[in-house]
Design a protein around this ligand. Structure first.
Ligand code: HEM
Length: 469
């Protein structure tokens, strides 16, 4: 199965689930395991019997890139790091950070004014990456990346591609690909320098703001009273910088794509925004009145879950769906497949936000929709990401309509995350806001000048992934 899985992992898992059912035996290279698609089994592995599982060896590759931190560590060490970071993601705290998110979304909207006036397409994947990075830096790490701002996106693309492509490899071919290895090391260096910049800036200008970075820097071991080593701090800041921007930006990118393909949903969204907001920019307190907007985000993450697949390794023998799972074997949990199971999702390939209405969700088992994982290792940033996505879709869709460039080929590219393989070039059209206008002219106010600063950097560069096969 190895070549097939490397070539088309989502396709292979989709076909396997369709053909063989709820538990499918896989031997992929040296690894054996089951693809599981019964929600009870998913719950068993991720939640009820989570103690019997570690993240799978596939995570080793990620650990080699970003280090042993909250995302990649296990057991007591993981628990300690999770406890340190958890207060920064408390519901109340995240709600307080919504102001930062709303402001960043408005700034993006302001910048889009001249793009819209120009009519020139931009790569929305890049736009969203820039937006979510700004949010993570301002809300959690209290700053910016200084001179590394412009380099970080391409560095992350290289890392993502390298780790994604080597996920299933045996490590033999990779050693012979010197040029690729060098690009990867260069990208890692950029990332490391950027993270050092964030930490050093904070050390130079300590803040009394109780954000994530100050929690990480101020944490003390209960027994020894010692803080994290510089290296550990670096690993955690890297983890949050990457985990916090990449996934959310992809959720938003796929949302814009889907809205452009389903005009009825786009219209319904605009109707909700115009009726509820009447032209004023949305704030956190408006979100409860914007349920359709939230359903749009949920449905986009169903069809294109940014974390499209993850896996666990059994520490001791277990039983899944009546089948014996020997110690050391993998359990593959693939949201991309779970989110399309015809038994739980009618017309699974159709974008239909209202399937997330309370009535239509009532009978659906929780574990067939797991964009943020589940159990103790569930995404720590899920509320953060959902509020950020909800607010930014409301802010930007209120002012603009995005259209995919005609004829552009859109293809999901399952690396660590699910990216659009050839980017997402879209035009941004200004729309008339129905209802009460903020400036009395049928447009929401914005800072046009901000855009001219950014504009020159926004030309689309063709996306040519190195692994086109
Ligand atoms: C739409 C956005 C996001 C998606 C789809 C997503 C998805 C996920 C998933 C599926 C996992 C669990 C992986 C597993 O069980 O193997 C996870 C873990 C994690 N996520 Fe997210 N995530 C998102 C946003 C964020 C944000 C905004 C942050 C931080 C600011 C973040 C930080 C983390 C961390 C630190 C972990 C590891 C948690 C642990 O193991 O204790 N994520 N994420």
């Amino acid at each position: 199965m190895l070549p097939a899985v490397r070539r088309d992992p989502t396709g292979v898992f989709m076909r396997a689930a369709r053909r063989f059912g709820e538990v499918v035996y896989f031997k992929i290279g040296p690894r054996r395991g089951y693809l599981i698609t019964n929600p009870a089994d998913v719950r068993h592995v991720l939640q009820d019997n989570a103690r019997n599982y570690h993240k799978s060896p596939l995570y080793q590759k990620l650990r080699m890139s970003i280090g042993n931190g909250l995302l990649t560590s296990e057991d007591d060490f993981w628990l300690r790091q999770r406890r340190i970071a958890q207060p920064a993601f408390h519901r109340q705290r995240v709600a307080e950070l919504a102001g930062v998110m709303a402001r960043a979304a408005r700034e993006t909207g302001d910048e889009w004014q001249s793009i819209a006036a120009d009519g020139r397409p931009v790569d929305v994947a890049d736009e969203m990456m820039r937006f979510t990075r700004t949010v993570v830096l301002r809300a959690l790490l209290g700053g910016d990346l200084g001179p590394f701002t412009s380099k970080i996106d391409s560095a992350w693309v290289v890392i993502n591609e390298h780790v994604g492509n080597s996920f299933w490899s045996l490590g033999i071919a990779a050693r012979f690909q010197r040029a690729k290895a060098r690009r990867f090391e260069e990208a890692r260096l950029v990332l490391r320098q950027a993270v050092d910049y964030v930490i050093n800036e904070r050390r130079r200008n300590p803040s009394d703001n109780a954000d994530l970075l100050s929690m990480l820097m101020g944490a003390r071991d209960e027994e020894t009273g010692e803080g994290m080593t510089d290296e550990q701090l670096r690993v955690e800041v890297t983890t949050f910088l990457l985990a916090g921007q990449e996934t959310t930006s992809l959720a938003l990118t796929w949302t814009w794509y889907l809205l452009s393909q389903y005009p009825a949903a786009q219209q319904r969204l605009e109707q909700e925004l115009d009726t509820v907001l009447a032209g004023r920019p949305p704030e956190y307190s408006d979100l409860a009145q914007l349920p359709y907007t939230r359903m749009v985000v949920d449905e986009a993450m169903r069809l294109y879950p940014p974390a499209w697949g993850f896996s666990r390794q059994a520490l001791a023998d277990d039983t899944l769906g009546g089948f014996h799972l020997p110690r050391g074997w993998l359990a593959l949990v693939i949201p991309y497949v779970l989110h399309r199971l015809p038994a739980f999702w009618k017309d699974p390939e159709t974008f239909d936000p209202e399937r997330f209405s309370p009535e239509r969700s009532a009978d659906r088992p929780k574990f067939v929709y797991v964009p943020f994982g589940a159990g103790p290792r569930q995404c720590i940033g899920n509320q953060f990401a959902l509020i950020e996505a909800h607010l930014s879709v409301a802010t930007l869709a209120q002012r603009y309509r995005l259209q995919l460039v005609k004829g552009h080929r859109v293809e999901p590219w399952p690396l660590i995350t699910l990216r659009p393989r050839f980017g997402m070039p879209m035009t941004i059209e200004k729309r008339q806001v129905r209802g009460q206008m903020a400036n009395g002219k049928g447009e929401v106010n914005g800072d046009v000048s901000a855009m001219s600063r950014e504009r020159s950097n926004r030309a689309i560069t063709p996306k040519i992934p190195s692994d086109r096969s």
